[in-house]
Structure formats: C-alpha cells, structure tokens
Write a protein that binds this ligand. Structure first.
Ligand SMILES: Nc1ncnc2c1ncn2[C@@H]1O[C@H](COP(=O)(O)OP(=O)(O)OP(=O)(O)O)[C@@H](O)[C@H]1O
Ligand SMILES: [Mg+2]
Length: 143
C-alpha cells in the first residue's frame, strides 16, 4: 500500500487534521480494498470520538513494518474499556451515547492479522488516543 498523493490536510469541522508520510517506503503486500477499509475504521472512530483539537494520520517505517498512526485529541478510552475494545460488539461507556455497533475494531484487527500485522493503542481519557497499525513491508532486495 502506498499513499500516492503528497500530504493533504483533511478538513473536518472544528478539528485540525493532517496527514504525514515519509518518502520512499517500499509498500506493503496485501489487499488494497481491505487495507483501505482498515485505515478508514480508525479515521471514522477518530472523527466520531473527537469534538475538538486534531486528528492526525502519519505513516512511517518501524523496522520491517509500515506503521500507520492515527492520533486524535478526543474523549480517550477508559482503562477498564481498553482491554476489551477489539472484542466484537464491545462499546466503551462513553461511546454508547453515540450510534455504533462495536464491530469496527474487531474487523480492523482481523484485517491486520490477515496481513501479518498487529495494532497497538495508547489512550488517556479526556486527552486523546493513538492507534498504530503495523503491516509488514514488502521485502526489498538490495543488490
Ligand atoms: N478514537 C477513539 N477515541 C475514543 N474511543 C474510541 C476510539 N476508537 C475506538 N474507541 C472506543 O472503542 C470502542 C470500540 O470501537 P469500534 O469502532 O469497534 O465500535 P464503535 O465505534 O462503538 O461502533 P462501530 O462498529 O459502529 O464503529 C468504541 O465504542 C469506543 O469506546
Ligand atoms: Mg467505530
């Protein structure tokens, strides 16, 4: 997967959004539609759970993995919810006032695992959340 375009600010009401990427990542092997869906799940969550501040998408290289980071300054996730958010149908207490089914992150985890990847999350209630998706980079053979 490549982001073909240069970083473009993403407009969202009341929030600053940004997109950052390094030059020359070798790309990933996988299903482009599923990988796009994967990133979209996190952008959608960031939009839904962030009322003010920022949403930032960054792409960087971490060893043999592409790291796709989605950071927001939203409501954050309570410590007691954090271990359960990837379960099917699980929704955090603070999320229940909004529409949703609780399936997004379980689908995201399935897609990441099918690509040999994984997802990490850090969050502070009231401050924001950072999700990082790790997907193996295509091997580059030097010559
Ligand atoms: N960026 C975020 N900020 C705060 N909480 C989040 C964020 N992303 C996920 N969560 C928490 O994780 C829970 C699970 O997320 P998930 O996307 O699986 O379900 P959902 O957003 O509730 O519903 P849907 O399946 O419609 O997306 C959410 O209910 C919410 O508590
Ligand atoms: Mg969601």
């Amino acid at each position: 997967m490549h982001f073909h375009r240069p970083p473009v600010p993403v407009r969202a009401a009341g929030r600053d959004s940004a997109c950052e990427q390094p030059a020359g990542l070798p790309g990933c092997l996988g299903d482009p539609t599923r990988l796009q869906e994967l990133v979209y799940i996190f952008l959608e969550n960031a939009r839904q759970y962030t009322e003010k501040g920022f949403i930032k998408l960054s792409l960087y290289k971490r060893g043999s993995f592409a790291a796709i980071e989605i950071a927001d300054s939203g409501i954050g996730i309570d410590a007691h919810d954090l271990p359960r958010i990837f379960e099917r149908f699980y929704r955090g207490d603070k999320a229940r006032v909004r529409d949703g089914t609780g399936l997004g992150l379980s689908i995201a985890e399935t897609i990441a695992k099918k690509h040999g990847g994984r997802i990490e999350v850090e969050s502070k209630p009231g401050e924001g959340t950072i999700f990082t998706i790790f997907i193996p980079l295509k091997e580059v053979h030097h010559g």
